[in-house]
Ligand binder design. Structure first.
Ligand code: F6P
Length: 762
C-alpha cells in the first residue's frame, strides 16, 4: 500500500477559477434587475444630499426678508416714540432702545444723526459698528462677524424728519438663521431619504418578485453539474452582462480543470492549462515515429505525414503545447532538411514546435525497431496469434537505442524538471533512464498498444527490466482500465513493490508511479476536414475515379497493413456476405485502402501477398460484367484522401483482432458531418468501449460480420443519424486535447505535491 496521503483519483483540485467563480456567483446571487433598482435608490440618495445646501439657501433668504420686515417695524415703532416724546427726550429714547433689545433675536440698536454721530446706542452695540458705515453712497445693510458675539446682520433705516431725522441702526442676531437653516436641511434630507428609501424598497421588491424565476434559474444553474451550459440560455435574457460572461468563462476553466470532462477542450484551452498549471514547463515528447518525414520525390525533399495513430493524436497536441518532439529521423531526405543541431521547426508552413531527429544505423533499426519492438513486443502485447520472437542481440540494440534517446531528451530538456511524454512500446526503458539522470522530471509514459495478461507477458525474457523501466514514470497511461489491471498484475507477479490497486499506485524503491487509463482520441474538428468537398461530391468523385455505378453501395476499410487489423478476416466476411446475400452482387463494393508498413518483416510481406491472393480469388468467384466486389489499394493515403474516402462510404469496417484504441473508427465518425454512415467495429478494439453505437462485431466470426454488413446497408437513415450523433458528441467532447489535458492535469497535481514533499523534506 502507498503511504502517501493523496492519490490522483481522490484529488480535489483547487483552482483560481473556483475562487473567482464563487465571488462572481455571490455577485450574481442578487438578481441584476434588483441591483438596478437598488442602484437607482442609492443615486437618488446622493442627489438629495447634494441638494440639501440649496434648501438651506432658500430658507436663509426667507429669514433675511423676515429680518428686513422686523427692522422696518422696529423703525416705525421708534419713529412713533420720537414723535410722541419730542427730540429732547434723548434719555427716554436710550431706555426705549434698551427695552427693545431684550428681544433675543435683536442684538443691538443705535440711533445715528444725519451728521453721522451715534446719538444713542444700546450697551450691546458691537464696537465695530459706527454711524459712518451708513453715509451717502454706502450700503444700508450688511453682515458682520461680531465675535465673540454671534454673527450679526446690520440694517440702517431712516427714521423721522426735521429735527428728529436720523437713522436707526438695527443689529440682528444671525445665529438663529444658521440654526434654522441647519434644522431645515436636516429635516428635508430626512424626509426625502425616507420617501426615496420607501420607494426604492418598493421598486426592488416589485422587480425581485417579477424576476424571481430568473434569479432562481441562475442560482441553480451555477450549482448545476454542467453550469456553463445551463447558464448560456439565461445570458440571452441579460445581454451584455459582464459579470455573467466572466462567470461563464470562470466556469469553463474550472470545469475543465476539475472534472476533465469539459466539452470544449481545444488547442487554446490546452495552452491555457499549461500556462496556468504548468507555467514555464519545458515539454518534450519522445516517440519512434516522427510527425513529419522528408523523402525524395523527383530528386527533391518532399514532406510526408506518416500513417500513424500516434502521430494523428499527438501532432495537434504538440501544436498546442509547443516544445520539442524527439523522434527517429527515418526519411531519406531527413538529414538534408534539419539544421546543425538536427532540428527542424514544424509544421513547415506554420511552425509551432521543434522536431529533433535522432539518427539510427540500419543495425540499430533492425535490432531495436524491427526486432525487439515489432517482432517481440508487438506480437507479445497483441493477441493475434503471431508468435513473438525474442533475440538477445535485438535486446542489446533496444537498450542502446533507448539510452541514445535518453541522452537526447536530457539535452533537449534544458532544465532539471521537464515534462517528458514518452510514447509507446519502443521506449519501455526510457522513463527509468531519464529518472536516473533527472530525478525531478515529470515523466508521463503512454503505452499505445494493449498490455497482455501476466501469463502472456511472463514469456518475455526481459519482463523485469521492462516493468522496471516503465516504473521510472510519474504517470503510466493505457487506453483502458483492463490494460492497467493487466500491467498491475504483471508488476504484482514479477516485482517486489507496493501496490495500491484502488488508486492505481505502484511504489518501487521509494518512487511512486500512478497507473491510469487515458483513452486516446483525435483532434476536433479534424484539420483534414477543412478542404473536403460535400459528402455527395466525395461520393461522386470516388465513383468517377473507380468507375462505379451511381447506385453502387460502398464499404471501406482503411489502415496500416498490419496483421492485428484483421484485414484478411474482413475480406473473408465480405465473401461470406455476398454468399449469404447474393442480391447485393453488382450493387456493393468493398474498398480496402492499406498503407504498407514494416514490410521488411516476413509476417508483414506475407500478409500483403495473402491479401492480394484472397482478393483475387474472391473477385474471381463473385465478380461479373466488369464488376469486382473488392478493390485493394495498397499504398500510402494522405489524410485528405482518407477523409474523402470516409465521407464517400456507406459503411466503414474496423475489424482489429486486437487494438489498443483504433483511431480510424473515431476518424470515420468525425468525418461524417452529415450524420450518415454506419461503423462496424471489432469488440477487441479499445474504441468499442466508447463507441457503443457502432455495430459491434467479433472479427473471428465471418458469418456474424457478414450479417453486420447486411444490417448496416439496410439501416434506415434516421437510425444512422441517431447513432452517429451520439458517437460524434462523445468524440467532440473526449477529443485528443482532453486526453492530453487529463494527463497534464494529473501531472501538475503530482508535481506540486512532490515539490511540497521535497520542501518539507519527506
Ligand atoms: O498502434 C501502436 C502504434 O505505435 C501506433 O501508436 C502507431 O500509429 C503505430 O503503431 C505505428 O507503427 P509504426 O510507427 O511502426 O509504423
Amino acid at each position: 500500500m502507498s503511504d502517501k496521503s493523496f492519490s490522483v483519483s481522490e484529488t480535489r483540485f483547487v483552482f483560481p477559477g473556483a475562487r473567482r467563480r464563487a465571488a462572481l456567483a455571490r455577485r450574481l446571487a442578487v438578481n441584476p434587475a434588483a441591483k438596478v433598482a437598488a442602484f437607482v435608490t442609492a443615486a437618488a440618495f446622493v442627489l438629495i444630499v447634494s441638494l440639501a445646501p440649496l434648501a438651506s439657501f432658500v430658507i436663509e433668504g426667507w429669514l433675511r426678508q423676515d429680518i428686513e420686515i422686523r427692522s422696518r417695524l422696529i423703525a416705525r415703532s421708534v419713529r412713533n416714540h420720537l414723535l410722541a416724546s419730542g427730540p429732547e427726550s434723548s434719555l427716554d429714547l436710550g431706555r426705549y432702545l434698551e427695552q427693545m433689545v431684550e428681544d433675543e433675536r435683536l442684538l443691538a440698536l443705535g440711533y445715528c444723526s444725519d451728521a453721522g454721530v451715534m446719538l444713542h446706542a444700546t450697551a450691546s452695540m458691537p464696537k465695530s459698528i459706527s454711524c459712518r458705515d451708513f453715509g451717502a453712497g454706502k450700503t444700508n445693510a450688511f453682515d458682520v462677524d461680531s465675535r465673540p458675539d454671534p454673527r450679526a446682520h446690520v440694517n440702517a433705516v431712516s427714521v423721522g424728519a426735521g429735527p428728529t431725522a436720523g437713522r436707526l441702526v438695527v443689529v440682528h442676531d444671525l445665529s438663529f438663521i444658521d440654526e434654522r437653516s441647519r434644522k431645515a436641511s436636516y429635516y428635508t434630507i430626512l424626509a426625502l431619504t425616507g420617501v426615496t428609501m420607501a420607494l426604492g424598497l418598493l421598486a426592488t421588491s416589485v422587480v425581485l418578485m417579477a424576476t424571481r424565476g430568473w434569479a432562481r434559474s441562475v442560482r441553480s444553474a451555477i450549482l448545476a453539474p454542467r453550469a456553463e451550459e445551463a447558464l448560456k440560455p439565461l445570458q440571452a435574457e441579460l445581454p451584455g452582462g459582464r459579470d455573467f460572461r466572466a462567470l461563464l468563462q470562470a466556469l469553463r476553466v474550472e470545469r475543465k480543470f476539475t472534472e476533465g470532462i469539459y466539452v470544449e477542450w481545444s488547442p487554446a484551452t490546452l495552452g491555457q492549462l499549461l500556462a496556468e498549471e504548468l507555467p514555464q514547463a519545458r515539454v518534450v515528447i519522445v516517440s519512434n515515429r516522427e510527425p513529419y518525414i522528408h523523402n525524395y520525390a523527383d530528386g527533391k525533399p518532399t514532406l510526408q505525414i506518416p500513417a500513424s495513430g500516434l502521430v494523428a493524436a499527438l501532432e495537434p497536441v504538440m501544436r498546442a503545447c509547443g516544445g520539442v518532439w524527439v523522434a527517429h529521423g527515418s526519411g531519406a531526405a531527413d538529414r538534408e532538411t534539419v539544421d546543425e543541431y538536427d532540428r527542424i521547426a514544424v509544421p513547415p508552413n506554420d511552425p509551432a514546435y521543434s522536431l529533433r531527429r535522432v539518427w539510427l544505423s540500419d543495425e540499430e533499426q533492425d535490432g531495436y525497431y524491427y526486432g525487439l519492438a515489432n517482432e517481440g513486443l508487438w506480437p507479445l502485447c497483441h493477441i493475434a496469434f503471431v508468435r513473438p520472437n525474442f533475440r538477445e542481440q535485438d535486446w542489446s540494440h533496444y537498450v542502446a537505442v533507448n539510452r541514445k534517446f535518453a541522452e537526447v531528451v536530457i539535452e533537449e530538456a534544458e532544465c532539471d524538471d521537464p515534462i517528458v511524454l514518452v510514447q509507446d512500446y519502443h521506449f519501455a526503458l526510457l522513463p527509468r533512464m531519464i529518472r536516473d539522470r533527472l530525478p525531478n522530471a515529470t515523466i508521463i509514459a503512454f503505452w499505445h498498444i494493449p498490455w497482455p495478461n501476466s501469463e502472456t507477458f511472463g514469456i518475455c525474457p526481459w519482463r523485469e527490466q521492462i516493468i522496471d523501466g516503465l516504473l521510472g514514470s510519474t504517470i503510466l497511461g493505457f487506453h483502458t482500465q483492463f490494460h492497467c489491471n493487466n500491467f498491475i498484475d504483471a508488476v504484482d507477479r514479477f516485482m517486489e513493490s507496493r501496490i495500491d490497486r484502488e488508486t492505481g499506485s505502484i511504489t518501487l524503491r521509494g518512487h511512486e508511479t500512478m497507473v491510469r487509463p487515458y483513452p486516446i482520441s483525435i483532434e476536433w474538428p479534424p484539420s483534414a476536414l477543412a478542404n473536403q468537398l460535400p459528402v455527395e461530391e466525395c461520393r461522386k468523385e470516388l465513383r468517377r475515379r473507380l468507375h462505379l455505378g451511381d447506385d453502387m453501395r460502398i464499404a471501406i476499410g482503411i489502415e496500416r497493413f498490419d496483421y492485428t487489423k484483421g484485414v484478411l478476416d474482413r475480406i473473408r466476411a465480405v465473401d461470406a456476405f455476398l454468399s449469404l446475400h447474393p442480391e447485393w452482387l453488382e450493387k456493393f463494393v468493398f474498398i480496402q485502402a492499406a498503407a504498407p508498413t514494416r514490410s521488411k518483416l516476413p509476417v508483414y510481406s506475407s500478409l500483403q501477398a495473402e491479401a492480394r491472393r484472397l482478393v483475387d480469388e474472391i473477385n474471381g468467384r463473385h465478380g461479373r460484367n466488369g464488376w469486382k466486389p473488392i478493390l485493394l489499394e495498397i499504398r500510402h493515403h494522405e489524410q485528405g484522401e482518407v477523409y474523402a474516402l470516409f465521407r464517400a462510404a456507406d459503411v466503414c469496417i474496423v475489424s482489429s483482432l486486437h487494438d489498443g484504441m483504433n483511431l480510424v473508427a473515431k476518424e470515420f465518425v468525425a468525418a461524417r458531418e452529415d450524420e450518415q454512415g454506419v461503423l462496424i467495429l471489432s469488440s477487441f478494439a479499445g474504441a468499442s468501449r466508447e463507441l457503443s453505437e457502432a455495430l459491434i462485431v467479433n472479427p473471428y466470426d465471418a458469418h456474424g460480420m457478414a450479417e453486420a454488413i447486411q444490417e448496416a446497408l439496410k439501416m434506415p437513415s434516421g437510425e444512422q443519424r441517431e447513432r452517429m450523433r451520439l458517437m460524434r458528441e462523445l468524440i467532440r467532447r473526449d477529443n485528443v486535447y482532453s486526453w492530453a489535458a487529463q494527463m497534464l492535469l494529473h501531472a501538475a497535481r503530482l508535481r506540486k505535491s512532490e515539490r511540497l514533499h521535497r520542501l518539507i523534506g519527506q
